[in-house]
Design a protein around this ligand. Sequence first.
Ligand SMILES: Nc1ncnc2c1ncn2[C@@H]1O[C@H](COP(=O)(O)OP(=O)(O)OP(=O)(O)O)[C@@H](O)[C@H]1O
Length: 275
Amino acid sequence: MTDTKAQKAGSGPTPVIKVRGLDNRFGSHVVHENLDLDLFKGEILGVVGGSGTGKSVLLRSIVGLHKPSKGQIRVFGKDLAGLGAKERSETEQRFGVLFQRGALFTSLNLLQNIALPLIEHCGLPRSDAEELARMKLALTGLPADSALKYPSELSGGMVKRAALARSLAMDPEILFLDEPTAGLDPIGAAAFDKLIVTLRDALGLTVFLVTHDLDTLYTTCDRVAVLSQKRVLVADRIEKVATTDDSWIQDYFQGPRGRAASYAFRAQEERRLRE
Ligand SMILES: Nc1ncnc2c1ncn2[C@@H]1O[C@H](COP(=O)(O)OP(=O)(O)OP(=O)(O)O)[C@@H](O)[C@H]1O
């Protein structure tokens, strides 16, 4: 991934998202305090942390669904808080978001679900929007005959792919994924991980990926950011993060699941190099 290489060389790529001094509190409950984070163009950044550490609140703050208590969020070089309504809406249209539970409209079929943002935000005629929607469905590996199905008729994996297709409807530059593989069986989760990398490579996406899934972290992410103690404790390549001297990180990455994911990844890499 070129930006990570550039970072290592010290040439300092410009982040597409730059979060500085972020505070989020709900009443007396402080979720984030002085949190900093960068997201670089073209990377897949995995965001992990214990339950309730504020991964989703961070995602919602960046995409403009939650107003932070304090701090600055710069997106494509512009301070989100300083944008007027029109510019803000234009910026937000450069984001695609896949929420935890897919968030498809249950009363619309897949084609209608995906075409909706194109009709609402781009003013496309329905026939054009549905043609584009069919392309997005194909892009996420869904068969053509799924287009007229309703979310209740699909497997969990297919719902995730359909929700992903919808998040890609507006050709976003940054994709935000909130626990995309939660609830999928290991084979479905691995296929979804592969799809994310394929789409990133094919479409030149930048990906902000909230996950608890260790296999996802090892197989898809260029860097991993750990939320702990109300801030980003470390954001780096996974091998470095996994050796950070912190009790949560050690329990997470060096516990039985973490070691199994690391071992499986190394074995997969060795097989790939031999072939
Ligand atoms: N609208 C809200 N009002 C009050 N508290 C909130 C609100 N949204 C989030 N919180 C609190 O903020 C904290 C962080 O929530 P968040 O959903 O971001 O955690 P998370 O790290 O994504 O957790 P999980 O891994 O379990 O999904 C939680 O304690 C949650 O209860």
